[in-house]
Design a protein around this ligand. Structure first.
Ligand SMILES: NC(=O)c1ccc[n+]([C@@H]2O[C@H](COP(=O)([O-])OP(=O)(O)OC[C@H]3O[C@@H](n4cnc5c(N)ncnc54)[C@H](O)[C@@H]3O)[C@@H](O)[C@H]2O)c1
Length: 344
């Protein structure tokens, strides 16, 4: 779809009334005008709210501000929220919509590759608390997800790369063919529209089977458990996508050492991540990673749920006792730091 068509698309699920469009300071100047023009032409009363770009806006303070704004309008239960932005805006606007009047409609319009392939689909919404990321949230499915691949053209390379980490993840967990196609880096960057479609259909399958994340949906966390620990150790200087890339590389190195998958799985994944330009070094010691992994909200009692590749295109869940975690981090470490990617 083109952004200019958003009005007619939304009209199919909401006939008139009010829409609050939430965006950020990088996306707003580029796309807000086309978006609101189309919505107004389709007969909607449109209100816009632009928050500062960056993870800081996914906070309790900004969330409450958004709720106040919606109440001031006021939006009713038959109105809706449009999230025009990347994962940050999607999560913030989604959580605002999930909780305002106990839940009103949200329409996701992802503008980053990560949001297009991952965060806009599946209904997870959240804000961060000082104690940690995504600690307050809700499952709230979008009534519509509208993708305009052209919006990705204005993304800085590093933000695009973040999304590519999630794309590679989909290849690893569920689609050998996608993984093979991604080996052609240049062609893949030119073929984002089809790649997004493939990834969304994979995510959709996992979500339909396990909407509330008690089972198979965990596979979408491949690379994330160690990745989150790396992200947090870096005090969020390492982006989510880069941290996931480092995490996928690390957990696959562990899987090889434990005999859970062939060396070739690591070699192929490692080569691909390097080819796309990810720096795979992990400049934190095992104790720091361990401490954070132990406090991860996905940990259950005295065990931790890891996602392990069996082969390219298939991952499985493995529950390991927390006391084994240090040993696992230790045995994966040499492969993580090799090839001149050593700890900084
Ligand atoms: N809900 C979920 O299932 C889910 C899944 C994965 C990640 N997330 C969340 O998503 C967030 C990360 O998302 P993100 O990587 O999209 O980051 P982001 O939303 O912060 O966007 C990254 C940067 O790109 C800018 N930007 C966005 N679209 C642009 C465009 N078209 N042109 C130019 N600049 C643009 C933004 O302003 C920002 O500076 C994190 O908060 C993470 O927790 C949620």
């Amino acid at each position: 779809m083109k952004l200019e068509e958003i009005g007619s698309r939304v009209k199919k699920i909401q006939d008139g009334g009010k829409l609050a469009v939430i965006t950020d300071e990088n996306v707003g100047p580029r796309y807000l005008l086309d978006c609101t023009k189309s919505l107004k032409e389709a007969g909607f009363q449109v209100y816009t709210f632009t928050v500062p770009a960056g993870e800081e806006s996914k906070s309790g303070r900004v969330y409450l501000e958004m709720l106040n704004k919606l109440a001031e309008i006021p939006l009713t239960r038959s109105d809706g929220v449009v999230a025009l932005g990347g994962g940050m805006v999607g999560d913030l606007a989604g959580f605002t919509a999930a909780t305002y009047l106990r839940g009103i409609r949200v329409i996701q319009v992802p503008t980053t590759l990560l949001a297009a392939v991952d965060s806009s689909v599946g209904g997870k919404t959240a804000i961060n608390l000082p104690e940690g990321k995504n600690l307050a949230g809700a499952f709230h499915q979008p009534e519509l997800v509208l993708q305009d691949a052209e919006l990705l053209n204005s993304l800085p390379k590093s933000v695009l790369l973040d999304g590519m980490a999630e794309v590679i993840k989909y290849g690893m967990i569920a689609d050998e063919k996608l993984f093979a196609e991604l080996k052609d880096v240049e062609a893949s960057w030119k073929n984002l529209e089809n790649i997004v479609e493939t990834c969304v259909s994979i995510k959709k399958k996992f979500v339909e089977e396990d909407e509330f994340d008690y089972g198979v949906r965990h596979l979408l966390n491949f690379g994330h458990t160690i990745g989150h620990a790396i992200e947090k150790c870096s005090d969020f200087r390492f982006s989510h996508g880069l941290s996931v890339a480092k995490g996928m590389n690390y957990i696959t190195a562990i899987a090889v050492k434990k005999g859970w998958c062939e060396q070739s799985v690591f070699d192929e994944l490692h080569a691909m991540l390097k080819e796309y330009g990810f720096d795979l070094s992990v400049p934190y010691d095992n104790d720091s990673l361990y401490d954070i992994m132990c406090s991860d909200k996905k940990r259950e009692k005295n065990s931790i749920d890891l996602v392990i590749p069996e082969r390219i295109g298939k991952c499985v869940r493995k529950t390991v006792p927390v006391e084994d975690l240090k040993e696992l981090l230790e045995i994966g470490r040499p492969a993580v730091d090799r090839e001149g990617n050593g700890a900084e």
